[in-house]
Design a protein. Structure first.
Length: 279
């Protein structure tokens, strides 16, 4: 069997496993990644170009989603804002997932007083509404997108720590872990090779779901003036800028709101697909 034939068989096998919905999810993910990586290929105007004579124009063949109060093309601003909004949300979830996974794994694996002390810290964070705590942290650090990312990352990791701790408590007593310990594997190696890899399925489902939640949280902070600032094309800031024109320029608020809705809907659908695959 030739190499090309083997590759074709592997691609066909992956295709059968994914199914129609799986391929749709993959294609949408690739499209979002392409928009984030190469926004200039998808935008038809400069997102920062001011044109007062074209301010608050409705959607047309020239301006697909209309223009804002400064005559800037809303569609182009949404395209360029994807890198800021979705990229920031992915960074928040990545930081929360990595730190929370390590934290929860150490807590559940070693147990005892260390576990109790680490979990009390988690309880302190979880005792506050996460968005209220993020607002307080962001406001104290300064009204910037960086402050919003740091604030949300600081309140995002405890849920991962709690989840991973519970999984570790269950996994550390399973047969394959006990056998590896009997054969002389170190504690670090047991965690790295025999515990954490078995949590990937549940973690990837939570990560895909959290991407939408983090995007909404970041949008909320920017809407309240605690995140990105003008003239940034961040999606939450676009919604915030549009609130004063909802009676005279309906497209200004609807366009970013609709994009946010579709992206969050996609992350929820993707999470559901991954959850069904694992079950």
């Amino acid at each position: 069997m030739t190499t090309s034939t083997t590759l074709a068989h592997r691609i066909a096998r992956v295709g059968r496993r994914l199914g129609v919905r799986g391929w749709i999810a993959v294609l949408v993910a690739l499209l979002i990644a392409a928009v984030i990586a190469f926004p200039a290929l998808f935008a038809n105007h400069d997102p920062q170009a001011l044109a007062v004579t074209s301010r608050l124009e409705p959607p047309s063949s020239t301006f697909w989603f209309g223009t804002d109060e400064a005559g800037r093309d809303i569609y182009s601003r949404l395209v360029h804002g994807a890198r800021i909004s979705i990229g920031s949300a992915a960074l928040i979830v990545a930081i929360g997932c990595v730190f929370g996974t390590v934290y929860g794994a150490v807590s559940g694996w070693f147990g005892g007083r260390l576990d109790r002390a680490l979990m009390r810290i988690v309880d302190v964070f979880l005792s506050f509404p996460y968005l209220v705590l993020a607002m307080a942290i962001s406001a104290s650090m300064g009204r910037t997108i960086t402050s919003a990312i740091v604030a949300l990352a600081l309140v995002w990791w405890p849920s991962y720590a709690r989840l991973v701790r519970g999984m570790v408590l269950s996994l550390r007593e399973q047969t394959h872990v006990l056998v590896a310990r009997t054969l002389g594997a170190s504690e670090a190696r047991l965690l790295q090779w025999h515990v954490i890899p078995h949590m990937f399925g549940e973690l990837r489902t939570k990560v895909s779901l959290d991407l939408g939640y983090a995007l909404l949280a970041l949008t909320g902070l920017s809407f309240l003036g605690l995140g990105a600032q003008n003239p940034s094309p961040e999606w939450g800031l676009l919604v915030s800028n549009a609130k004063g024109y909802y009676l005279t320029a309906w497209w200004y608020m609807i366009a970013p709101g609709l994009v946010l809705f579709l992206v969050v809907l996609y992350t929820n659908w993707l999470s559901d697909l991954l959850d069904r695959e694992d079950s």
